[in-house]
Design a protein around this ligand. Structure first.
Ligand code: 16G
Ligand code: ZN
Length: 533
């Protein structure tokens, strides 16, 4: 039983059962917006408790369902350093969100306060925002009720992107400290990015205008404000910027559409000239996909893997030019979804680590490098400069003018990049800086390596928890015997690679396959899906 899940050729579903509970993954839960009120109330309580536990440091709450359909909604909780909620608290949050009755909720709450030794007399501060989804208004009200129920101080950051909310959390918590992340306002964010960008492209010939598909979401507002801070150093043409058209959000546009369908959003068909660079944001502007049409009108996608390749190579070169290659080690973190050709390209140049899917895994692995570049193939990613590397850059005495220039660029990059989380706007500026420095068009960037054809399939099974993985999700531990059957299949395909993992956000099992030839990648994916079903 195979049917098209309305997602075109790239994703199919083998269906057995339906979803009926919430799970928290990478700090967020997603489900139909109208059924979420009680969850948001509870999230208000959880965020406040997390803040109390951390002595009143500000915690963030973002109401968004990202790239999902407009009628869905969800919530992400942001820890005081601007990062994803700590893993152990995901479990607490799951228990609290799923408590069937108010009495159960109170009982779980009581256990949480006792076991994690929260002093409830401590202050609590929560900063929150929402994307443009209409259901967000009522959900924010429910969140505010949760905050006042526990006496937390709330700050409403209004309608903004997920990465800006992450920025605000970190800026609030580092205010008036030597580690200040910037002014704790949207203006502070744009100012920081805009200034760093202008410094980085000063003296370079201006690039051709960049077309941005804003997914009809909050990214349209932020990208439009961003232009005011770029002072003409880059022109942005905003498309799919209809934030108040019902049903338009993420519909046939946006980063997830482009990645899943591997095609141009139809709305851009007569907008994009051959060779012109374009990119798509997702509904909360934390994912980014670049692409272009060649002279024959054929679509070429520059996904998270291509961004990682472009950016990592550039940073490695700058570190070398600054004379710091023995002191500052650059590394890349990927997941099993990274295209095999990208891994090969990167591994020839710098250390590459593969970790399990999910921003928290990538982010933490990237922290182990002096400069850690991480991008998921889906377009979510950033670059982390370790605190000691940032101090080293600040103190380093360059010995030649060339070293001095490279050093300045590295320091400006630490300001340009939103190091709290993947940020589509900051990532756009990062990509544009590299393209400007290298005088690359999309075509030259694309030719760094050639993607292996690949296919992603989802399979709905009775119990996805029966699927346990090891080795960064590249191999199955259970069900017993399944991995050896997959191995046997994979061996029959030239350049074949395939893996199976349970999704963390949907009640499905995902199957990925790649091979040297497109038809073989498709066939391998469906054969493996057949084994899983
Ligand atoms: C979420 C994660 C993303 C991950 C995806 C995996 C964030 C911002 N994004 O979208 O990192 O790749 O989930 O979903 O947390 P899956 O487990 O359903 O495949
Ligand atoms: Zn998103």
């Amino acid at each position: 039983l195979i049917f098209d899940f309305n997602m075109g050729p790239q994703a199919f579903v083998l269906c057995k059962c339906l979803i009926d509970n919430f799970t928290i993954h990478d700090g967020h839960v997603a489900i139909r917006g109208s059924t979420l009120d009680s969850v948001l109330f509870r999230v208000g309580v959880i965020a406040a408790l997390r803040s109390k536990k951390l002595d009143g440091l500000a915690v963030g709450v973002m109401v968004t369902a990202s790239h999902n359909p407009e009628q869905d909604n969800g919530v992400k909780v942001v820890d005081p350093r601007g990062e994803m909620l700590e893993g152990s608290w995901e479990a607490h949050a799951t228990n609290l969100a799923n408590a069937p009755t108010t009495d159960d909720f109170l009982a779980v709450l009581d256990t949480l306060i006792r076991t994690t030794k929260i002093d409830i007399s401590k202050p609590a501060r929560v900063v929150y925002a929402r994307d443009t989804r209409p259901s967000g208004v009522a959900l924010v009200a429910a969140l505010e009720d949760g905050l006042s129920a526990i006496g937390a101080e709330g700050r409403n950051a209004g309608v903004t992107t997920t990465p800006i909310l992450h920025y605000l959390v970190k800026a609030i918590n580092t205010k008036n400290t030597p580690e200040s992340y910037g002014d704790d306002s949207e203006e502070g964010y744009f100012q920081k990015l805009g200034t760093a960008f202008q410094n980085l492209v000063a003296g370079r010939p201006p690039l051709e205008a960049l077309l941005i598909d804003c997914a009809n979401g909050v990214g349209a507002l932020a990208a439009s404000t961003l232009t005011e801070y770029l002072d003409g150093s880059l022109s942005l043409i905003l498309e799919n910027a209809s934030i108040s058209t019902p049903g338009a959000l993420n519909f046939a546009c946006g980063a997830d559409y482009v990645k899943t369908m591997q095609r141009l959003p139809p709305s851009l068909a007569d907008r994009l000239k051959p060779g012109q660079r374009a990119c798509s944001l997702d509904g909360d502007a934390d994912r980014l996909m670049y692409y272009y049409l060649d002279e024959r009108g054929i679509f070429h996608m520059l996904d998270g893997d291509k961004i990682a390749a472009l950016v990592a190579a550039f940073i490695v070169d700058l570190v070398k030019s600054a004379g710091l290659e023995n002191e500052v080690k650059v590394g890349v973190v990927q997941t099993a979804y990274a295209n095999g050709a990208s891994t090969k390209y990167l591994a020839g140049r710098l250390p590459v680590k593969c970790v399990a899917t999910g921003v928290k895994h990538l982010h933490h692995a990237a922290e182990h490098f002096n400069i850690g570049v991480y991008f998921e193939a889906n377009g979510h990613g950033t670059v982390l400069f370790s605190p000691s590397t940032q101090s080293k850059l600040a103190l380093y005495q360059p010995s030649t003018p060339a070293q001095s220039t490279a050093l300045k660029h590295l320091i400006n990059l630490t300001q340009l990049i939103n190091q709290t989380v993947g940020d589509a706007l900051s990532d756009i500026l990062l990509v544009e800086v590299v393209l400007a420095h290298k005088s690359y068009t999309g075509i030259e960037w694309d030719s760094l390596y050639v993607d292996l054809p690949n296919r992603l399939v989802k399979v709905v099974v009775n119990n996805r928890n029966a699927f346990r993985t090891e080795n960064a999700e590249r191999r199955l531990l259970s069900p017993p015997g399944l991995q050896s059957k997959i191995d046997e299949l994979v061996r029959r395909y030239d350049g074949g690679r395939s893996f199976v993992r349970p999704s963390g956000t949907e009640d499905v099992v995902r199957v990925y396959a790649e091979a040297v030839v497109r038809s073989q990648a498709d066939e391998l994916a469906f054969r493996v899906a057949g084994l899983v079903y």
